[in-house]
Write a protein that binds this ligand. Structure first.
Ligand SMILES: [Zn+2]
Ligand SMILES: [Zn+2]
Length: 144
């Protein structure tokens, strides 16, 4: 088994995998919104850097060491989180509320037509997720 991430050859974003009767299907993560194309899965080249795990917009250049934990909705957060320069700076300065605002704004931009209740739920989810993440951080930011 290769441990290279599977990415989309068109937008170069990491793809999520979904297991169904036909086997594994690769899909764009819903955090990216509608990208306007079908995913074309390829193995990531060695020098590929994914998007920030926080805002999922800018390219990740930092890594936040963390333990694996079970987050809300039984999602497993697997080990380290990748961060772009902006998100990394907010985390370093312990400005988690500003980080929530930034991630929320990026998500709203990619998902037009969200209801105010969806946005409120998103904010609660992000706050819970980051509170859990903070308990599992094992060190300072390191460059990718
Ligand atoms: Zn794509
Ligand atoms: Zn970011």
């Amino acid at each position: 088994m290769s441990n290279r991430p599977i990415i989309c050859s068109i937008c170069l974003k990491a793809l999520d995998s979904k297991l169904d009767e036909d086997g594994v299907t690769y899909i764009h993560g819903e955090q990216h919104g509608d990208l306007g194309h079908e995913p074309d899965p390829i193995e990531a080249p060695a020098d590929w850097r994914g998007a920030c795990d926080f805002c999922s917009t800018d390219q990740a250049v930092w890594e936040l060491p963390a333990k694996t934990f079970t987050a809300i909705n039984n999602h497993i957060s697997a080990e380290n989180w990748a961060a772009c320069n902006t998100c990394a700076a907010l985390i370093e300065k312990n400005q988690w509320n500003a980080l929530v605002r930034r991630v929320k704004a990026q998500y709203i931009e990619k998902h037009p037509g969200l209801f105010p209740t969806d946005i409120a739920a998103l904010e609660t989810q992000l706050k819970t997720l980051y509170r859990d993440l903070r308990k599992n951080i094992t060190g300072g930011m390191t460059p990718l």
